[in-house]
Design a protein around this ligand. Structure first.
Ligand SMILES: Cc1cc2nc3c(=O)[nH]c(=O)nc-3n(C[C@H](O)[C@H](O)[C@H](O)COP(=O)(O)O)c2cc1C
Length: 367
């Protein structure tokens, strides 16, 4: 297969659509029959990604109303492919005319033009737009619902924006309660305030910021993952790198392991309440490509939004001359806040695929 628009082996999500076309959407195939699912289950997840009226996100106003076209009947999944679409209503393709032959530095414009011979939909980045992640979130809502069958919970939060990092330990309850109550999706409210100010400061200079999202999955059964090439961490990392603007993924202690000694990095085994566990989780919940039963913990690094107001050097492809560009269109000043529910959905999709492969979720869900 030449295309790369599907992911998963048992729960297969195929995503389609472009930023300024009629819609984006997903077909989720392999979902067990009998899963209770409502419009609200999916819409609630999409609303978390919706920019709304915050000062730090794109001024593009999309309602992001999902339509369920197939695979759900009488409030339950039928076992047939589930097709979900989300209309693009607030399109503004004219803003992208100047970029048709003047690629934005840091975006995919130039390389997409070269790969597809100029036939690609260049409006708003087309297929390379962050808009496609609305489809990931819609598909992820089905995955999240399936994970509730085995009590797995996925939580994500912003831990860094620009140079502002959270320094305190954050409880799961703080994440549950605070993340969607502030514009930057941070669980520590004092830091949220500083992060928002940092983004607005960069925006005043015509610039943008990046940051880091941490995601945690709780109650994941031990043994998910199919070594060697479908190991759990490699599938998760692949999924995360499918999110536009992701430049790094680290599990548990991550890159810090390079400077630790074995004795410092190893998670010792102890017995608590008759069960084998570890007091530390430097492994981030994965060893040998298999879930250990400890929380799965990873951090995903996002680059600063490439579409910035500041004047930048580029080329005019029609004249083959150097020129400059001030990027028009409506853009997120920082991608991180809107990426939080996307990261959550992506982890849910991979865990569900592996839980189905391991037979942890039944093929028919009975009440
Ligand atoms: C939720 C989300 C929103 C995004 N919004 C923008 C945006 O407004 N402007 C922009 O230039 N890039 C945005 N991006 C990132 C670009 O899509 C991405 O940088 C581009 O496709 C190039 O891909 P790469 O950064 O992965 O190499 C967004 C990404 C995500 C996940």
């Amino acid at each position: 297969m030449l295309s790369g628009n599907s992911i998963g082996k048992t729960l297969v999500a195929t995503c389609f659509g472009e930023s300024h076309g009629p819609c984006v959407g997903a077909v989720v195939d392999g979902c067990p029959a009998g899963l209770p699912i409502t419009f609200d289950d999916i819409q609630t997840e999409l609303n978390k990604r919706n920019p709304g009226l915050t000062a730090v996100s794109t001024p593009r106003r999309e309602e992001d109303q999902v339509e369920i076209l197939s695979g759900v009947f009488n409030g339950h999944t039928t076992g047939a492919p589930i097709c979900l679409i989300i209309g693009n209503r607030d399109v503004e393709p004219e803003a992208y005319e100047q970029m048709r032959h003047k690629p934005r530095p840091g975006h995919a414009d130039y390389i997409a033009y070269m790969k597809y011979g100029g036939f690609n939909d260049y409006r708003g980045g087309g297929r390379f737009s962050g808009r496609v992640t609305a489809a990931y979130v819609a598909a992820g809502a089905i995955a999240k619902k399936l994970l509730t069958q085995i009590s797995v919970e996925v939580l994500a939060h912003t831990v860094q924006i620009g140079k502002i990092k959270i320094t305190k330990n954050v409880s799961y309850d703080q994440i549950r309660e605070n993340v969607y109550d502030n514009a930057v999706r941070c669980a520590v409210l004092e830091s949220a305030d500083l992060m928002e100010k940092e983004i607005l400061k960069a925006a005043e200079e015509g610039d943008s910021l990046g940051g880091v999202v941490e995601v945690i999955a709780l109650n994941v059964p031990a043994g998910l993952g199919e070594p060697v090439f479908d190991s759990l961490d490699s599938d998760i990392a692949k999924m995360m790198f499918n999110i536009p603007a992701v430049k790094g993924v680290e599990f548990g202690a991550g890159f810090q392991v390079a400077s630790l000694k074995g004795s410092e990095n190893n998670d010792a085994y102890v017995i608590r309440k008759g069960k084998v566990t570890s007091p530390t989780n430097n492994a981030g919940g994965v060893l040998g490509g298999l879930s250990t039963g400890m929380p799965i913990v990873l951090r995903v690094a996002f680059k600063p939004t490439s579409s910035i107001a500041k004047r930048q050097k580029t080329v005019d492809l029609t004249k083959m001359k150097e020129t400059e560009i001030e990027v028009a269109g409506r853009h997120d000043l920082c991608i991180v806040p809107r990426a939080v529910p996307v990261v959550e959905s992506c982890l849910a999709l991979v865990l569900t695929d592996h839980a189905l492969r391991a037979g942890k979720i039944p093929k028919v869900i009975k009440a």
